[in-house]
Design a binder for this molecule. Sequence first.
Ligand code: NAD
Length: 495
Amino acid sequence: MTMTLSLAPAPSAGVPTRRLIIDGKSVDALSGRTFETRNPATGELLASVAEGGAADVDLAVAAARRAFEGPWSRFTPFQRQEILLKFADLVEANFEELTMTDVLDMGAPITFARARKTRALGLIRFYAGMCTTIHGETLPNSFPGEVFTYTLKEPVGVVGAITPWNAPLTSTIWKLGPVLATGCTMVLKPAEDAPLTALRLGELLLEAGLPEGVVNVVPGFGHDAGAALAAHMGVDKVAFTGSDVTGRKIIEASKGNIKRVTLELGGKSPDVIFADCDMELAVPGAGMGVFANTGQICCAGTRLLIERPIYEEFVERVSAYARSLKVGAGIDPATQIGPVVNATQLERVAGYIDVGLGEGAVATAGGKRLTEGALKHGYFIEPTVLSGVNNDMRVAQEEIFGPVAAAIPFDTLEEAAAISNATPFGLGGGVWTQNVATAHRMAKAIRSGTVWVNTYGGLDPAVPFGGYKASGYGRESGLHHVDAYLETKAVVMKL
Ligand code: NAD
């Protein structure tokens, strides 16, 4: 395996230091402060990372503004496309290293992380294709006189991008793609729990020929660098992915200069299993719909709504499936469930299981932390199925963001639809049935940004993704994602 970032050095080599990327240069934080990032499977120290704060955000925003007004503004769509395509090639060439960085930094199972290759590369090449599709319109004139009216699509300006830790590679690409396709510039604040992949992507962008200052990467903490970026008067738009709690703070912080804001937030997605489903598909499909990436996926199908005639059987089978999953360090290709990202998250997930049991649910699989043998230094918890849940319980209403499924019975399609929609969220949803009418009816009834039928979680780059209700607003991927990074100017000309 080639590893240029050498995140796991020999003890004598010391711990790698990672610095901010501002104006094309690798720099220390002005405060001189650093923070540690560790492997959640082992507690091993991976790197000491420069801790960006408000002053560093100021420098990065100024660099992004200069780049926006400088040579980058004269790059043609073809030239931007060329950079994105070179970047895609570099990501492809360095994919194993980037995957390993995600695995070590946030604990992703390597088999799961490797399987994202097509998607990650597909996304960059998709946005490369978008560069040459952005254009305005000519418009008819209904008033007296000769008037020629057309619209121009112009980049919104400096984008502040703030990302979570659960999928560092793809969530960073989701921000970079539309920024570069439209000619915006960016200051990226990756999550403090997993900043290394974003820093490496920042280096690869420079290697691909991106001018200095177009993409700046400022790791740091949410309450400091994140809050400064969200409120910064020099930032024109904030593109945020994270929890609904932080999303509300972003809206508040954006008021100063009326920033454009897009929010990709959390979920509590229903996965509806009808009695006529193909159980051989539905058990592992719905199982991985919630347990993939150790349950740390925003659109995870965490509420298993099961039609009553098969409730007991399905709960038993999905529980057996959960018990069969191999838990371990992400670096082991056999691992299906890795650690959760940190001690706080472990406490939170374990706390929710206790809350569910206290509310009357029963753990038919899992429910316990794993602390023996090789797992003793990491943040491991068993994949858990809670049965006997009703939709009013906290474990059915609040996002846990860990490997915990809540099994809820239902009797009719109408009841399944009502339960599906009875949370504040609306991000994902699933339907398992062999009846095409049931599939269409449920897909229409679920108020969420994506509904999967007889599958769960896969998305082509051309498919829009985002939330209804408290899951946010705006869409990533898809033909219209770039619109959120553009302004429309009407030019009205008397001839
Ligand atoms: P989080 O909201 O705690 O943090 C996300 C990012 O916001 C981090 O970079 C953090 O440093 C920053 N931040 C925190 N406080 C801030 C503040 N006051 N101002 C500005 N920035 C601040 O979320 P998390 O725990 O990192 O990630 C998990 C959450 O993200 C879950 O709710 C999950 O559903 C959601 N998520 C959503 C999507 C989506 O596409 N809808 C994708 C992945 C994750």
